[in-house]
Design a binder for this molecule. Structure first.
Ligand SMILES: Nc1ncnc2c1ncn2[C@@H]1O[C@H](COP(=O)(O)OP(=O)(O)OP(=O)(O)O)[C@@H](O)[C@H]1O
Ligand SMILES: [Mg+2]
Length: 372
């Protein structure tokens, strides 16, 4: 698989997905406080998010972390309590109205932001085609143009033959394809997805993710998605953020995250297991990527320091289009006794995470709660 971040030779203005690409979604200082019956819940507590043009960006976090609040604030389905949301250069928070009572400008701006929902939200009394036409009706597109566009979109999502069917006659995956076609009707720059695959079985999930990836590549569509599942991030995201209690606590491109020692997201994306064999042992998670992967560092370590190394677990995987390996090893002696060998491994470009005394890595929380 080609590296998604590699520059295209001869195209100096190729869409850059490195850290200084053009942001198409920006939130700054975004807060959302819900008030009901005298109680206040701070769902978003100062979120600065930057999603670059053309990337698939995953937001992950435990239940109640504020993920849905974030995505609903990005398209102003919820009005933020404070802070700003800019999509494709337009400050949406400056436009008047909220929810269904949005002003004309906000409604138009919102048509440039497609939204896909977990439970599809299709109208059961309308045919598939009429569901896809709905946003175009709201935009005032003529009947003929609406129907041309709807059929084109249904073709794009692989449902050309279901135009006259009703939602109840479709499978979950097909319903979500209709949801995606409807989200694309207003020709959006960005697509937001809140748990679009969590009501689907694993195989259907894969095909929907593939569809999102294809749309991202073919149409240059930027995708901001929320998920509970690490596998989703692993298979289609270029970048990811971890939310906890209304804040983004980690973010970056998948390769940046994997290269960040102690990153909770990286550990959850790429867990490796293995129990320590006794007290008085040091357990290390060694991550190999790039150059370091091809060098015989473990045997060099054993020879140089004359230590016996046990391998407790190992895995090789492709994450964000990047081949990486991770190995959990055990050295005799406590951490203080192994400072020099650990330094040796780090000097050779390996990423080393020291696994805590409980025998669990930094990944434990997310892996238990999030990834399957
Ligand atoms: N309309 C609302 N009124 C009051 N509180 C709300 C409302 N919507 C969300 N909350 C609260 O805000 C916090 C964040 O909720 P949110 O739905 O954004 O979380 P989430 O990360 O999407 O969770 P999940 O993974 O379960 O979908 C929670 O404490 C929730 O109870
Ligand atoms: Mg949610």
């Amino acid at each position: 698989m080609p590296k998604p971040h590699a520059p295209v030779p001869g195209h100096t203005h190729a869409r850059a997905l490195d850290s200084d690409g053009n942001p198409v979604i920006t939130t700054s200082g975004l807060t959302k406080v819900y008030r009901s019956r005298g109680r206040e819940v701070t769902a978003l507590d100062g979120v600065d998010l930057h999603v670059r043009e053309g990337e698939v960006y995953g937001v992950i976090g435990q239940s109640g972390a504020g993920k849905s609040s974030l995505i609903r604030c990005v398209n102003l389905l919820e009005r933020p309590t404070s802070g700003t949301v800019t999509v494709a250069g337009q400050d949406l928070t400056a436009l008047a109205g909220r929810g269904p009572r949005a002003g004309r400008e906000l409604r138009q701006a919102r048509s440039r932001v497609g939204m896909v929902f977990q439970h599809f939200n299709l109208l059961s009394t309308r045919t598939v085609q009429d569901n896809v036409e709905l946003p175009l009706e709201i935009l005032g597109t003529s009947g003929k143009e609406r129907s041309r566009r709807a059929l084109e979109l249904l073709d794009l999502v692989g449902l050309a033959d279901k135009a006259k069917a009703f939602p109840a006659q479709l499978s979950g995956g097909q319903k979500q394809r209709v949801g995606i076609a409807r989200a694309l009707a207003g020709d959006p720059k960005v697509l937001l997805s809140d748990e679009a695959t969590s009501a689907l079985d694993p195989e259907t999930t894969r095909s929907i993710l593939q569809l999102l990836r294809d749309l991202n590549r073919q149409l240059g569509l930027t995708v901001l998605l929320i998920t509970h599942e690490m596998d989703v991030v692993k298979s289609i995201c270029d970048s990811a953020a971890l939310m906890e209690r209304g804040r983004i606590v980690e973010h970056g491109t998948v390769s940046e995250l994997l290269a960040t020692p102690g990153s909770e997201l990286a550990a959850a994306l790429f867990p490796v297991s293995g129990e320590r064999t006794g007290d008085d042992r040091t357990v290390l998670d060694v991550t190999f990527h790039g150059e370091a992967a091809t060098q015989p560092v473990i045997s060099q370590l054993a020879r140089t320091y004359n230590v016996d190394i046990s391998i407790l677990g190992a895995a090789i995987d492709t994450v964000g289009g990047l081949q990486i390996g991770r190995m959990r090893i055990e050295l005799p002696g406590r951490y203080e006794d192994n400072v020099v060998p650990i330094g040796f491994l780090r000097e050779r470009g390996l990423q080393i995470d020291v696994v805590g005394d409980e025998g669990r890595g930094p990944e434990s929380v997310l892996v238990k709660e999030g990834a399957k």
